[in-house]
Write a new protein. Structure first.
Length: 111
């Protein structure tokens, strides 16, 4: 019974470590994306352990893994577009109203 609890405690502690990194190291967009992927991987680990111990099918786990991969691809696309437009991935430089050119681009795309 202790080993079974250990299998659940390690991924939960890993999720908490990922949440701590997400909250504390959020200056760069890449750090936040990596911590989100780490959290998703550990949630996948918890779900696969739980469903395999209960004897259920793992179709939902595969669906969750597919959504996590799509989330990672969208995050990388967002990172590439931010680096191309702003030159870095700092959250402090992501203000839309920071320069007039980006403000006019937003107005152009909005209307």
């Amino acid at each position: 019974m202790l080993i079974l609890n250990f299998y659940y405690i390690v991924p939960m502690v890993s999720v908490l470590c990922g949440l701590w990194v997400f909250v504390s190291k959020r200056k760069h967009l890449l750090n936040t994306l990596l911590s989100l992927e780490y959290i998703m991987l550990n949630i996948f680990w918890i779900m696969s352990l739980h469903l395999s111990n209960m004897g259920h099918e793992s179709y939902f786990v595969l669906f969750f893994l597919t959504l996590a991969a799509c989330e990672g691809a969208l995050g990388l696309a967002l990172l590439v577009s931010v680096v191309r437009t702003h030159g870095n991935d700092w959250f402090s430089s992501l203000s839309v109203l920071q320069s007039e050119t980006s403000y006019y681009l937003v107005l152009y795309w909005y209307f």
